[in-house]
Design a protein around this ligand. Sequence first.
Ligand code: ZN
Length: 293
Amino acid sequence: MTTPAVPTLADVVRALEGLYPPVTAQAWDRVGLVSGDPGQPVRRVHFAVDPTLAVIDEAREQGADLLVTHHPLLLRGIHSVATTTAKGASVTALVVHDIALYVAHTNADVASPGVNDALAAACGLTASEPLAVLEGQGIGRVGDLAEPVALAEFARRLCAELPAAAGGLRVAGPPDSLVRRVAVMGGAGDDLFDEVRASGADVYVTADLRHHPVLEAREEARGATPYLVDAGHWATESLWLSGAAERLTDSLAASGFASSRVETHISTLRTDPWEFVIGAEPPAGPAGIGGTS
Ligand SMILES: [Zn+2]
């Protein structure tokens, strides 16, 4: 009996590209293999949203040969990888510790199943369709809940599905209004408000929402739908990690690399940069503090 083979980085990259084809990434994005030798063996793969220095340290402590992240480390040009900058220190740490880095970003957003399917499921949607088409790819998701639910209760249920983050969820809309049709876009989604309105969504779950776009959208809606939920950039995207790890294991197994030969880990670090909140107000009214749910 022969020992099952260990995949090389090239084998793992091939599997990842099958799950998240690079051609489906947006034109401005930078996805794919960032560091590493395609010939090196990969026994441990570490998954995280962000390739921060702490995450790279965590990957090293786990003995990872490959770090797979959602966000690119090098989106814009740099001219030095000296450790005098955080980006340089990150690249140096990856190279010194022999950890390959692979990025699946907007190609993981549009993949099915991908980042937005994971967020749609966390919202309670069992079926959804793309919210919009951009560069030929279906982005975001929209679908209907099985039953209408009060906005505050919807947000509370979503909060329970998301990893804990200091900021929690911010909601623009009356807590007691019923919502059923839900649009989602993991990460920054304030450029899709027109598509959200066109979709007939009662509520839009995304992140990185700013004062003016939100206020203007609420003014346009005259207090009615679509309501808005800012569920946090890191939280909405971290939902994808465990499914991605499972699908990579399955894909490698289908190529003859036994799951016993490749371990996957999910980062336990919260890379949401916000660390605490002071003075947040709970929702008012029956769906708020002291409500029925
Ligand atoms: Zn993101």
